[in-house]
Ligand binder design. Structure first.
Ligand code: CP
Ligand code: NVA
Length: 306
């Protein structure tokens, strides 16, 4: 049995296999066909943080695959009152077929997975958001045909940035990450990405100047400066991230036909300007839709592996 906790646990071939399943199911859906790959299965969705896309895409995805999903907010289940992850994992394993968790610490997610008898999917932690990255990569495949892909991530060295590091390290494309001093990616994630990059041939580079990072990039992406759980740091972060907004001046330095990605929700006037978000280069709603398809790929893949 496999879990989907971080891209680090997957080979390039496995990541491509998941995407292949996702594209196949997406194509079928667009032709009006649905196959019940997960007929009568149940997915538990534990949320310790807010969500629009993750919740709706997993719930609808499971339904379209012939199963059903249960929304389990930590405000309403005993986990929120202190029941341990390891007990919750063993109880839910007796009732569900699969579980998705959005929580704070990657360690807590791993603890759940350690005790779980059913596949566990990371729906975002403070460290990683791997399901998002598969949707992002699907969107890149759909919009960019060039061989030498260069992705520039501008902003906080957060869960999204860490996940870009892992995706690039596994798949072997060039990644440039520009963050303000003090907001670089997790050093442990950087170390392991750079080690993996030696095998995949990925060129990964870090910058403190966003202009340097985006030069001739084929994909420009960013994320909020204030992730869930960091609300108290808002005023300091807004000051520290000055100059890191992705606006027309930044996009002009990238390739002419570069695309703009954002996992959403986006904060206009902070990490990205209204003009860029609403521009022709922005493919953020294709990206959001691909959450539905990518996650179906993940669920069907995990089901095949048990
Ligand atoms: N991108 C993303 O995960 O969005 P939600 O927080 O709305 O799920
Ligand atoms: N970095 C953001 C992503 C939201 C989808 C957060 O963790 O809040």
């Amino acid at each position: 049995m496999r879990h989907f906790l971080t891209l680090k646990d997957f080979t390039k071939e496995e990541i491509l296999e998941i995407l292949e399943i996702a594209f196949k199911i997406k194509k079928k859906l667009k032709n009006g066909k649905r196959k019940a790959y997960l007929e009568n299965q149940t997915l538990g969705m534990i949320f310790e943080k807010s969500s629009t896309r993750t919740r709706v895409s997993f719930e609808v995805g499971m339904y379209q695959l012939g199963g059903m999903a249960l929304f389990l907010s930590s405000n309403d289940i005993q986990l929120g009152r202190g029941e341990p992850m390891k007990d919750t994992a063993r109880v839910l394993s007796r009732m569900l077929d699969m579980v998705m968790i959005r929580t704070f610490s990657q360690k807590e997610l791993e603890e759940f997975a350690k005790f779980s008898l059913i596949p566990v999917i990371n729906g975002l932690t403070d460290t990683y958001h791997p399901v998002q990255l598969l949707a992002d990569y699907m969107t890149i495949i759909e919009h960019k045909k060039e061989k030498d892909l260069v992705v520039a991530y501008v902003g906080d060295g957060n869960n999204i940035a860490n996940s870009w590091l892992m995706l690039s390290a596994k798949l072997g494309f060039e990644l440039r990450v520009a963050s303000p001093r003090g907001y670089e990616c997790n050093p442990l994630v950087i170390d392991s990405a750079l080690r993996l990059a030696k095998d995949s041939g990925a060129k990964i580079r870090f910058f403190h100047d966003p202009k340097e990072a985006v030069k001739n990039a084929s994909v420009v992406t960013t994320d909020t400066w204030i992730s869930m759980g960091q609300e108290d740091e808002k005023s300091k972060r807004v000051k520290d991230f000055k100059g890191f907004i992705v606006n027309d001046d930044i996009m002009e330095l990238a390739k002419k036909d570069a695309i703009f990605l954002h996992c959403l929700p986006a904060y206009r006037g902070y990490e990205v300007s209204e003009e860029v978000l609403e521009s022709k280069q922005s493919v953020i709603f294709d990206e959001a839709e691909n959450r539905l398809h990518a996650q179906k790929g993940i669920m069907v893949f995990l089901d095949k592996k048990r």
